[in-house]
Design a protein around this ligand. Structure first.
Ligand code: ATP
Ligand code: MG
Length: 417
């Protein structure tokens, strides 16, 4: 089934906001078996929005819009669509109650102008917004309004509102209304600790027979991760992808931390929870980024006890018990200090494990024996302490990501092996 995507927002036309909704939705829709046959972005202008929708409906049975459902004067999608199809806007009491509760839960009173978000075009279905105030909308269009019955889905602009709404509500609706005829199967296996060319060298040969039968393989290398995308279309799609997955797991399974939407920090929290174990962290150059990632996982509190950001030598001594002699003899960025940080954190937090990170993010601060990017990662457990040495040469933000990735992987390997 084909569909078209219309992203609205003058900020997109001005280049102030990257159209991540386009990328995210195309990926999700394709994964679900739909074919996105066209995508346009239009400014916050009712005639532009209406024209884009009118044109799209001449080509495809499903149109998805994003943005412009909010309360401000530049949020025009709801009104533009109601006007285009001659549908009256009616206030929905349940949405008013949701908006009111949304503000009350945050100790604020509902600003009167936010009430417009409760206006629903006649006949439209409300997609409640659990992460914001403006609901999404879905409208069946009769034959009179387009050629044949069609479906128009309106999603909010902010990604953190749009994404859960799409997964929990819009996609089930699409599936019910337009079951996937192309039978698209896709599985993305997510790997860490192995470069993309090594991944390909390991799996391409053994997958050749399946490729001949219609399997497609895609590699997506990102900083610190490589995704292997296995996909196929048609009646045998599911079997092909399942067989391919088994082969990949048998070859590089220890590097695969999850599939599809899985994240390494989520995999670590899950593995700890399954074992009933706990974690503490002691971070220097990642400045809390590791703790940030861990606490992005719902339910992290069951296993993540806490940590320290010990940026200075004084903090490392005072909060983790790193010895002044160790600092003097080896320097703060050293195997010995990573070890003492990890052990100190584990003891003080009474955790099953502690991860410690000390390194030189750069751009300055390197030396001949410890170049910029030098990192020591410590993992303390009841049995032993392991220290891993890496050199991560990146900008400071990517450095934090890669380093936290290595720390998480150090622990994950310990937990799953
Ligand atoms: P709000 O209630 O927040 O106004 P809305 O549904 O009216 O939501 P917009 O006003 O269009 O949505 O966009 C709100 C914000 O969401 C934008 O400022 C931008 O930060 C983000 N956003 C909107 N569209 C996109 C997009 N296509 N890609 C990424 N971010 C977007
Ligand atoms: Mg808005």
């Amino acid at each position: 089934v084909k569909l078209e995507l219309i992203n609205t927002g003058t900020e997109l036309m001005l280049g102030f906001v990257t159209n991540t909704n386009h990328q995210w939705l195309c990926r999700e829709l394709t994964q679900a078996g739909y074919v996105v046959s066209r995508q346009v972005a239009v400014p916050d202008s009712a005639p532009e929005i209406q024209q884009a929708i009118r044109e799209a409906l001449t080509r495809v049975p499903i149109v998805v819009t994003t943005g412009g459902l909010g309360p401000t004067s530049d949020d025009l999608t709801r009104q533009a669509i109601a006007q285009l199809f001659g549908r009256a806007l009616r206030e929905d009491a349940a949405v008013v109650a949701h908006i009111d509760r949304f503000f009350r839960d945050r100790g604020r009173t509902m600003p009167p102008q936010t009430r417009v978000q409760a206006l629903v075009p006649e006949g439209a279905l409300v997609l409640p917004n659990s992460n914001g105030t403006a609901p999404g909308l879905a409208m069946e269009l009769g034959a009179a309004e387009g050629e044949g019955a069609k479906l128009l889905v309106m999603l909010p602009g902010p990604p953190r509102e749009l994404e859960p709404m799409f997964v929990d509500q819009a996609l089930p609706l699409l599936r019910a209304r337009y079951p996937n005829p192309a039978s698209f199967a896709c599985r993305t296996l997510r790997s860490v600790g192995i470069g993309e060319s090594l991944v390909e060298a390991a799996i391409a040969g053994p997958l050749q027979a399946l490729v001949a039968a219609g399997l497609e393989i895609g590699y997506c290398a990102r900083i610190g991760e490589v995704d292997v995308r296995l996909s196929a279309r048609g009646a045998t799609a599911t079997g092909l992808v399942a067989d391919a997955e088994q082969i990949v797991l048998s070859l590089i399974g220890k590097h695969i931390f999850g599939a599809d939407r899985a994240e390494l920090h989520g995999a670590v929290i899950q593995a700890l929870a399954a074992r009933g174990e706990t974690l503490a962290v002691a971070e220097s150059c990642t400045g809390g980024y590791l703790a940030h990632r861990l606490t992005n996982v719902p339910g992290a509190s069951e296993v993540f006890l806490g940590g320290w950001i010990t940026y200075s030598n004084r903090a490392k001594q005072e909060f983790l018990g790193v010895k002044p002699e160790t600092l003097a003899a080896h320097g703060a960025v050293s195997e010995a200090v990573a070890r003492e940080m990890a052990e100190g954190a584990r003891e003080r937090m009474k955790a099953s494990y502690a991860l410690a990170i000390t390194g030189i993010a750069g751009p300055a601060g390197g030396g001949p024996d410890k170049p910029v990017g030098t990192v020591y990662l410590g993992l303390a457990s009841s049995k032993a302490t392991r220290v891993l040495h890496q050199v991560n040469r990146y900008d400071r933000e990517s450095f934090k990501f890669v380093t936290s990735q290595q720390a998480l992987e150090l622990l994950r390997r310990r937990l799953v092996s």
